[in-house]
Ligand binder design. Structure first.
Ligand code: ATP
Length: 335
C-alpha cells in the first residue's frame, strides 16, 4: 500500500464539470492507496491552510452540480515567491507531496512555478469554459458553456425575428474565440467576431450593408476579448453608420459559467481525474492531463503555458461558408 497524500484544488474561474474532476481524483486516489485532501478557495485557501481530508462519501452527490464544491479564488499573493513559500509550508504540515490543480492558463503558470520551486508533484487538469489551453482539444466546462450560449442565442433569435432587429451578442472566452465561433455555427448566427482574426469590423459592415431588407433578423456574436471592441463598443460604431437599423445588445455574462454540467463535461472530467491519479502513481511531475483523440495525454506544464492554441483560419472560412452572409474572402476560397 502506498502512503502518499494528494491535495486537490480548483483555481481561477469556475467551470461546470470541475466537481466531476474533484470526485474522480478523490475516489481514484483513495482506491489507489492515497490520502486525499481538499483545499478550499484555490491558492488563497492553500496559503491560509484551509485544508481538510476528503472521504469517498464527501464527494457523493456533486457530479451533477455546477460551480466547484471546493470553491475557487484568484490570489495575487500566490504570484509572489513569499506566497508560494507559505503555500508550501501549509502542505508540509499535512505531509502532502502531490497537488492536483484544476484551472486554466494562469493557474498552471502558478502551478508550474510551484512545482519548480518545491518537491511537490504538481498535476494540472484543464478546467475553463474558454477551451483556450494548448495541448488539449478540450477543457472542462466548455461543452456546458457552449450549450448555454446556444440556448440563449436561440431565444434572442425569436425576439430578433419578431422585431426585425440586429443583435450584438457578447459571449465569454477572454482572448479566445472558441465559444463565439462554435455558437455561431450552432445557432446559424450571421457573423462571429473573434480575437484570432483581423478586420472584423469591416466584416460586420459588409454583412449589414448587403443585408436584405426583408431579412427578419441578424445575429452578430462577439467574443469578449476582441481588439476592435466589445459588443457595446462595436454596436455604437455601427449605429452611427447604419441609423435605420434597429440594433440591440445582449451581454450573456456569468450565466455562461453556471448550470448543470453536460454529460460530456462530466465524463471527460472524470477520465481526467483518474488520469491525474495514474500520473501520480507513475511519479509524473509538472504535467497537465490533456484530452486528445478522446484519450487522456500528458503535456508538460511549461509547454502548456508557453504555447498558444489557435483557431485555424480555414475553420473560420468553413463556418462562414454556410451563413447567409459570406465575406468576399471566403467566397474566393470556395470557388
Ligand atoms: P480562467 O481561464 O478560468 O480565468 P485561470 O487559471 O487562467 O482560469 P487566473 O485568474 O489567470 O485564472 O489565475 C488563477 C490564479 O493563478 C491567480 O489568481 C494566481 O493566484 C495564480 N497565477 C496566475 N498567474 C500567475 C503567475 N504568473 N504566477 C503565479 N501565480 C499565478
Amino acid at each position: 500500500m502506498i502512503n502518499r497524500k494528494i491535495g486537490v484544488l480548483t483555481s481561477g474561474g469556475d467551470a461546470p464539470g470541475m466537481n466531476a474532476a474533484i470526485r474522480a481524483v478523490t475516489r481514484a486516489g483513495i482506491n489507489n492507496g492515497f490520502e486525499v485532501f481538499g483545499i478550499r478557495q484555490g491558492y488563497k485557501g492553500l496559503m491560509e491552510g484551509d485544508i481538510f481530508k476528503l472521504r469517498s462519501e464527501d464527494v457523493s452527490g456533486i457530479i451533477q452540480t455546477g460551480g466547484t464544491f471546493l470553491q475557487t479564488a484568484r490570489s495575487n499573493e500566490f504570484r509572489t515567491i513569499e506566497g508560494r513559500k507559505l503555500a508550501h509550508e501549509q502542505l508540509q504540515k499535512y505531509n502532502i507531496d502531490s497537488l492536483v490543480v484544476i484551472g486554466g492558463d494562469g493557474s498552471f503558470t502558478g502551478a508550474n512555478l510551484f512545482s519548480v520551486e518545491t518537491n511537490i508533484n504538481v498535476i494540472g487538469i484543464p478546467g475553463t469554459i474558454d477551451n483556450d489551453l494548448y495541448g488539449t482539444d478540450y477543457t472542462i466546462g466548455y461543452d456546458t458553456a457552449l450549450n448555454t450560449v446556444v440556448q440563449a442565442v436561440d431565444k434572442i433569435r425569436d425576439t430578433a425575428n419578431s422585431h426585425n432587429r440586429v443583435f450584438f451578442v457578447e459571449v465569454m472566452g477572454r482572448e479566445a474565440g472558441f465559444i463565439a465561433i462554435n455558437s455561431c455555427i450552432a445557432c446559424g448566427a450571421e457573423v462571429a467576431v473573434i480575437p484570432e482574426e483581423q478586420g472584423q469590423l469591416d466584416k460586420v459592415r459588409d454583412c449589414l450593408s448587403t443585408r436584405d431588407y426583408k431579412k427578419k433578423s441578424t445575429i452578430i456574436l462577439v467574443a469578449e476579448g476582441t481588439e476592435e471592441g466589445n459588443a457595446m463598443e462595436l454596436s455604437e460604431k455601427i449605429k452611427v453608420e447604419f441609423p435605420k437599423l434597429e440594433i440591440r445588445i445582449s451581454i450573456l455574462g456569468h450565466m455562461q459559467r453556471g448550470g448543470t454540467p453536460s454529460a460530456k463535461d462530466r465524463i471527460v472530467a472524470s477520465f481526467m481525474g483518474i488520469a491525474a491519479v495514474e500520473a501520480l502513481l507513475d511519479n509524473q511531475k509538472s504535467i497537465m492531463i490533456g484530452w486528445q483523440n478522446e484519450q487522456p495525454v500528458h503535456v508538460p506544464l511549461n509547454k502548456v503555458i508557453k504555447m498558444h492554441k489557435g483557431i485555424p483560419h480555414d475553420y473560420l472560412l468553413r463556418a462562414e461558408s454556410i451563413s447567409t452572409f459570406i465575406p468576399a474572402e471566403t467566397k474566393n476560397i470556395l470557388k
